[in-house]
Design a protein around this ligand. Structure first.
Ligand code: GDP
Ligand code: MG
Length: 162
């Protein structure tokens, strides 16, 4: 079976935008309204000749109430369903209490976990990216899902993690 990558993170950090990048086509639902991804969450992806499945777990997002617990539960489900987990963080916002709660869950994971520092649209955000080491999940990888920068390096790291 193909390996599965689950993409987790708070609403609006750019999970669906990133999933579209990883797929190289516009499919995952992207909107400014948090929690809008409700339909299909599994997508077939191909990188360097290897096929894998990407889960956009935005479809598991409930309403804003109880966000912290909900995103932590999302991470629990992702760990069960996936061979590797990608935590997406909005580097402009940094690690909130929600990211810290999710990181606590993910640090217990037997699966490999990668951290994407998203919305790094220009190169002047090195310190914001660096601060995400505090999550204890290894090296944060700077990306701009909007512009596509960093997504190739991220995909290389994903394939290595499987
Ligand atoms: P999700 O709720 O985590 O799935 O987030 P979405 O992918 O729906 O994106 C939420 C908002 O963030 C949208 O307005 C996106 O256009 C925006 N966004 C996503 N990635 C980037 C990025 O790299 N840079 C910037 N500036 N905005 C982004
Ligand atoms: Mg989404």
């Amino acid at each position: 079976p193909k390996p599965v990558l689950a993409v987790v993170g708070r609403p609006n950090v750019g999970k669906s935008t990133l999933v579209n990048r990883l797929l190289g086509r516009r499919e995952a639902v992207v909107q400014d309204v948090p929690g809008v991804t409700r339909d299909r969450i599994a997508y077939e992806a191909l990188w360097n000749g290897r096929e894998f499945t990407v889960l956009d777990t935005g479809g598991w997002e409930p309403d804003a109430k109880g966000l912290q617990g909900a995103v932590a539960a999302q991470a629990e489900r992702a760990m069960e369903a996936a061979d590797a987990v990608l935590l997406v963080v909005d580097a402009r916002v940094g690690a909130t209490a929600t990211e810290e709660a999710v990181a606590r869950v993910l640090r217990r994971s037997k699966r490999p976990v990668l951290v994407a520092a998203n919305k790094v649209d220009d190169q002047r955000m090195a310190s914001e990216v660096h601060s995400l080491w505090s999550l204890g999940l290894g090296e944060p990888m700077p990306i701009s899902a909007l512009h596509g920068t960093g997504s190739g390096d991220l995909l290389d790291a994903v394939l290595e993690a499987f």
